[in-house]
Design a protein around this ligand. Structure first.
Ligand code: ACO
Length: 332
């Protein structure tokens, strides 16, 4: 049994923040940000709008394109590191979509690698578990965890959601046909947003440190140079391994679709793999780094814009906090 990608969708918040807007709140400039990252704008959630709202909108569009009834969805995988609900937001998305066919829904936490892990998980659930219609949603609202006074991080991130519907099929010709996944907990310190330990585990006036005080999370802490080096080192290797597992080489892929973190990372990986610039999908000028949403958002734009055509092969790779990274070779 194989699986195929039959629908995609995406959603972004209305509020657009330009580099010039950011230069009014931190010491930066449009030129610095554009040259170092390729980013010019990003979208940011405001007020009571939530990540789950974007996720539901993106998923609905994917179901519409696939012409699949919500009741026929048997698994919802929400790839996010910024759930609205710490216990997991996927079940709420399942019910907001009206999936009443007794599905399973749960969150996958792997930062910017989340969507690739979700895609691979979907194919495994279909092959080994008899699932038929799996919604894979990548959605994040990192704007809520950014220190808006830190010019080293606040310029990078935006909020968004993207989704694909992965469907079981009898054909030998698989839609997800080679992958490679990794993590390295040693490197977590280069990019993290952890519990503020002094606040969480303070003594609260008690000798034994009980009861705990309740927790809050630090804003995103990042060593940009290390993350940059890490991505340029592991992503080409991972794509080559995924291609090998699929019995393919770089010359046989139509598109390279990387997590949209920095245009210089996209360029460096493409150069290493000798993939020409016109085969690299990039939309980060408009949205910045949207974490788990960036790959399905860029895929959706490329499909709806007629760039990616049915039957074409895409090498996709996510990388980021954890540290985690992974690649999947997919056919649209
Ligand atoms: N505007 C102006 N100047 C700045 C800014 C800014 N926004 N940010 C930093 N600078 C300054 C620094 O203070 C430094 O000044 P100094 O030389 O006087 O000390 C100078 O610019 C160079 O700073 P670097 O940090 O060395 O700049 P670099 O070229 O490494 O670019 C960047 C920084 C854009 C963050 C880059 O390292 C990067 O993109 N790294 C990858 C980050 C990433 O992709 N993270 C997300 C991973 S995905 C996930 O899981 C969330």
């Amino acid at each position: 049994k194989g699986c195929k990608l039959v629908g995609c969708g995406s959603a972004v918040p209305k509020l657009e923040i330009s580099n010039d807007d950011l230069s009014k709140i931190v010491d930066t400039s449009d030129e610095w940000i554009a040259v170092r990252t390729g980013i010019r704008n990003r979208r940011v959630l405001t007020g009571k709008d939530k990540m789950t709202g974007l996720a539901v909108e993106a998923a609905r569009k994917a179901l519409e394109m696939a012409e699949v009834d919500p009741d026929d969805v048997d698994l919802v995988l929400l790839c996010t590191s910024t759930p609205d609900e710490l216990f997991g937001s996927a079940p709420q998305i399942q019910s907001a979509l009206g999936c009443k066919g007794n599905p399973l829904a749960f969150d996958i936490t792997a930062a910017c690698s989340g969507f690739v892990l979700g895609l691979v998980s979907a194919s495994c659930y279909i092959r080994g578990g008899g699932f038929k219609n799996v919604l894979v949603i990548g959605a994040d609202a990192l704007s809520r965890y950014v220190d808006w006074t830190d010019r080293g991080t606040c310029i990078l991130f935006g909020d968004a959601a993207g989704a694909v519907l992965v469907q079981a099929c009898e054909s030998e010709e698989d839609g997800i046909f080679g992958f490679d996944l990794h993590s390295d907990g040693e490197g977590y310190r280069h990019l993290h947003t952890g519990i503020k330990e002094n606040e969480a585990f303070g003594t609260n006036g008690s000798v034994y440190g009980f009861p705990p005080k309740g927790i809050s999370y630090s804003s995103i802490q990042m060593n940009g140079k290390e993350v940059f080096r890490f991505a340029c080192r592991v992503v080409p290797q991972s794509i080559e391994t995924a291609l090998e597992n699929a019995g393919m080489t770089c010359s046989s892929i139509d598109w390279l679709l990387l997590h949209q973190a920095n245009q210089r990372i996209l360029d460096a990986v493409a150069t290493r793999l000798e993939i020409p610039a016109d085969r690299v999908i990039s939309n980060l000028a408009n949205y910045g780094n949207t974490s788990a949403a960036s790959i399905p958002l860029a895929l959706d734009e490329a499909v709806r814009g007629g760039k990616v055509k049915p039957g074409q092969t895409i090498a996709t790779s996510g990388f980021g906090a954890g540290l985690t990274w992974g690649s999947a070779i997919i056919r649209w």
